[in-house]
Design a protein around this ligand. Sequence first.
Ligand SMILES: Nc1ncnc2c1ncn2[C@@H]1O[C@H](COP(=O)(O)OP(=O)(O)O)[C@@H](O)[C@H]1O
Ligand SMILES: [Mg+2]
Length: 287
Amino acid sequence: MKLLWGGSPEPPHNKTLVRYRTHACPVADKFFEKNGFLRIEKPFSPTGTPIDYLQPKPLFRMITLNNVSKYYPAGFGKTYVLRNVNLTIDQGEFVSIMGPSGSGKSTLLHILGLLEEPSEGEYLFLDEPVHRLSEKKRTELHRNHIGFVFQAYHLIDELTVYENIETPLLYKGVSTSERKSRVADVLDRFGIVAKKDLFPTQLSGGQQQLVGIARALVAQPKVIFADEPTGNLHSEQAREIMELFQKLNQSDGVTIVQVTHSETNAEYGNRTVKLRDGWLEPKEAVV
Ligand SMILES: Nc1ncnc2c1ncn2[C@@H]1O[C@H](COP(=O)(O)OP(=O)(O)O)[C@@H](O)[C@H]1O
Ligand SMILES: [Mg+2]
């Protein structure tokens, strides 16, 4: 049986509970459903006050892709990378995207992260029709809500580790003192304080990956898109990153969408979707 956390067995209505847990009650021992309510056994509210019955909170849709395709011109025709992808993700979900190399995973994640545009189809992010927004507005949405971990790190070579991590906070207009404390906090959390004045080229691949993840988290985004975030880490570091993602998801309600080749990593999420030659499985109905 898969453990959720703190020894809780997987409940019968996993989907509702995972979301419910994220939004309402980070600390509880046991769940079951009764008359449409979720009962929490040995319950605690985040402040320590016992809660008896809690009604599930409404879910908020974060992402809707309707028939999204991406293609590139090839000779007189087109090469499709994504084909009619329909996908919905609610706030508080932790979704894993899997699929063979070249199946379109990075392209899909870049579209979700507002870094690339689909060739066809609609994308709604937090109810905003991304496909109709100006580039300026898309950049603003990205900066304010999204943390992106790139497959190839994309650190700025001319900036130190400290400055790379600070960048999203500068764009967001965070004050100097707040920036200092937040960067110090993630440097510490990732065990890279000693590397703060080095440049990316002076780091190993694994260290660069950690800096890339730290940079994605520092601005406390609503959603994290992570493209094979542990691909270059040894298994102990990979486990720590997955546990950190799980904690952010369960305790802080951060939505997470990760691309991974690892079944172990995928199991940290509450749902896996698969890409094959640009087709998404399981197919979702358009809502
Ligand atoms: N700019 C581009 N022009 C043409 N083909 C591209 C471009 N970017 C990606 N592709 C192709 O799209 C396919 C999917 O790429 P990608 O999304 O990176 O896959 P994955 O992350 O699953 O390995 C690959 O076959 C790749 O060659
Ligand atoms: Mg990729």
